[in-house]
Design a protein around this ligand. Structure first.
Ligand code: PEP
Ligand code: MG
Length: 580
């Protein structure tokens, strides 16, 4: 048995036979042409491009029907490649110079671009190579009149093992036939990962060696929650995961009766359980899992994979629709967090050595107030349709917070002048996800109505561990004593300043950790919808004073491992159904 460690992309456990999915290699014949034949080759290219366009539009249509328009829009990047005029001209030039068939030239030109993209430091551009590669194969197949082997044609349930999967390939999967998928490359925030979560297909990405270590037909177990892939598991492992699968089913069953019960301890200490979303069409899942609202709407996803910016009207529609559907529950809209690992090509971000430490989130918004104001106007206008709150990402000091609030004030005045209604009492909060903000949150508190702790970033910045680098993932410890102390401080300081304090990082959805956070007095837990019943189960299993004693003991421990072991043992006592 071998265990491969990757990046958890979509939760759940699956067990099944491996199917190695090679996006097939296409043999390209080479033949000479004469100058008069150039126009014929150009015509063949145009026809193949049109055919490819129709095929992509068909997939988009299916995606829009099954998952919603926002997911279909992810394929807009493919359409942009097809429309690239410069690429066409490069191909025509190549035809004139080399006088060979268009397949050869097309492949050469696209491969050249792919090579340049894959060498760049820019994470966004690197991730786009998957889109271009997808388009390359589609166009070549159409030029060569070949049928694609697609994941839509699978006839029995398998686990797909691939070097990488493009969003369009992922979109072709059916839960009936694809039990799970694993890939060599890819990050947690790639669109493929997002698509997997929406389809509720367990997935592990960034395994580096999956296609080398796994043979066709081998039995594998995918743990999409932890990021583990077991190849040819031994009987003990199979038993363990079968139990875990059953436990998961048991938890899902409990969801039925937990859904409408409050998130409160045995002695009635109540907390708010909210959900995180990336796109508006995830709202039905939020409601189905019984959330008390949305604690984080990652609005930057509205800006990705498109050639223009979302207009004020478009954003207004998106925010208003989410607000309406969740009303009277709150919806916390985070202003765009672009940069880091989420780049937007039309802005032509410079390649940065350390994008997570660079021109990201509120830094970008303050540098581009023209774009920021449009988003603020849309949020304010939507605020009359429900219970909206707003928060800024990546605040690192007081000036940033003050400047953001100043711009918000100006936009509010502008709307008042125009006679446009908005909720005057909309709460404004700061994400606390930069260590400097955590350490000086007493100074930030007077300028906001709430804090939301972003542990995904707080951990990476406080421990100096890149959150998307699988090589140092072992150092990424939510239970690290430094992290515990930072979080406790933020909650204590927030409460002393009469603010409510939430958490929207992944940590809030971890059952063992939620016990600790409950004891620290966290007011709101926001996590992906599927984790909500699990956290609710933990909260409803204990008295608040018990959770407080857990905090006291955890703070006496000296390493992250010790804290983790202690919390898991405690969880086993109070909610055995959630632990093996
Ligand atoms: C976080 O950093 O914890 C967070 C919730 O924001 P994101 O994951 O979008 O950076
Ligand atoms: Mg963050």
């Amino acid at each position: 048995m071998t265990t491969l460690k990757g990046i958890p992309a979509a939760p759940g456990i699956a067990m099944g036979k491996a199917l190695l999915f090679h996006s097939e290699s296409l043999a390209i014949p080479r033949r000479s042409i004469t100058t008069p034949e150039i126009s014929l080759e150009v015509l063949r290219l145009e026809e193949a491009l049109i055919k490819t366009r129709h095929q992509i539009l068909d997939i988009q249509k299916r995606l829009a029907e099954e998952l919603g328009q926002d997911h279909a829009d992810i394929l807009n990047a493919h359409l942009l490649v097809l429309e690239d005029q410069a690429l066409r001209e490069e191909i025509i030039q190549g035809l004139k110079v080399q006088l060979v068939n268009v397949e050869v030239i097309f492949d050469e030109v696209v491969q050249r671009h792919l090579k340049a993209f894959s060498r760049t430091q820019d994470e966004y551009l690197r991730e786009r190579t998957a889109d271009i590669e997808d388009v390359r194969k589609r166009v070549l197949r159409n030029l060569l009149n070949k049928q694609a082997t697609t994941l839509a044609q699978l006839e029995e349930p398998v686990i797909v093992v691939a070097r990488d999967l493009s969003p369009s390939e992922t979109a072709q999967m059916h839960r009936r036939h694809v039990l799970a998928f694993v890939t060599d490359i890819g990050g947690r925030t790639s669109h493929t990962a997002i698509m997997a979560k929406s389809l509720e297909i367990p997935a592990v990405v960034g395994l580096a060696v999956a296609t080398k270590r796994i043979q066709k037909g081998e039995l594998i177990i995918v743990d999409g929650t932890r990021g583990d892939v077991l190849v040819e598991p031994d009987p003990a492992a199979i038993k363990h995961y079968e139990l875990e699968q059953r436990r998961n089913q048991e938890v899902s069953r409990q969801l039925l009766h937990l859904k409408d019960l409050p998130a409160e301890t045995l002695d009635r200490h109540a907390v708010t359980l909210s959900a995180n979303i990336e796109l508006p069409d995830e709202v039905p899942s939020v409601i189905a899992h019984g959330a008390d609202g949305i604690g984080l709407f990652r609005t930057e996803f509205l800006y990705l994979n498109r050639s223009d910016f979302p207009t004020e009207e478009e954003q207004y529609q998106a925010y208003a629709s989410v607000a309406e559907q969740l009303k009277p529950h709150p919806v916390i809209i985070r202003t765009m967090d672009l940069g880091g690992d989420k780049f937007l090509s039309p802005l032509q971000f410079p390649t940065e050595m350390n994008p997570f430490l660079g021109w990201r989130a509120i830094r970008f918004s303050l540098a581009r107030p023209d774009i920021f104001r449009i988003q603020l106007r849309a949020i304010l206008r939507a605020s009359v349709h429900g219970n909206l709150k707003l928060m800024y990402p990546m605040i690192s000091g007081l000036e940033e917070l003050r400047r953001a609030n100043e711009i918000l004030g100006e936009v509010q005045q502008e709307l008042t002048r125009e006679g446009v209604p908005y909720a005057k009492d909309m709460e404004v909060g700061a994400m606390i996800e930069v260590p400097s903000a955590a350490l000086m949150c007493d100074l930030l508190a007077p300028e906001v109505q709430f804090f939301s702790i972003g542990t995904n970033d707080l951990i990476q910045y406080a421990l100096a561990v890149d959150r998307v680098n699988e090589k140092i993932a072992y150092l990424y410890e939510p239970t690290h004593p430094a992290i515990l102390r930072l979080i406790k401080r933020i909650i204590d300081v927030g409460h002393a300043a009469k603010l409510w304090v939430g958490m929207c990082g992944e940590m809030a959805g971890e059952p063992a950790l939620s016990l600790l956070l409950l004891g620290m007095g966290l007011d709101e837990f926001s996590t992906s919808p599927v984790q909500l019943p699990i956290v609710k189960q933990v909260i409803r299993s204990v008295e608040h004073s018990f959770a407080q004693s857990v905090v006291e003991q955890a703070l006496k421990l000296r390493t992250g491992k010790e804290v983790e072991a202690f919390l898991l043992a405690t969880l086993k006592q109070v909610a055995p159904v959630l632990v093996e």
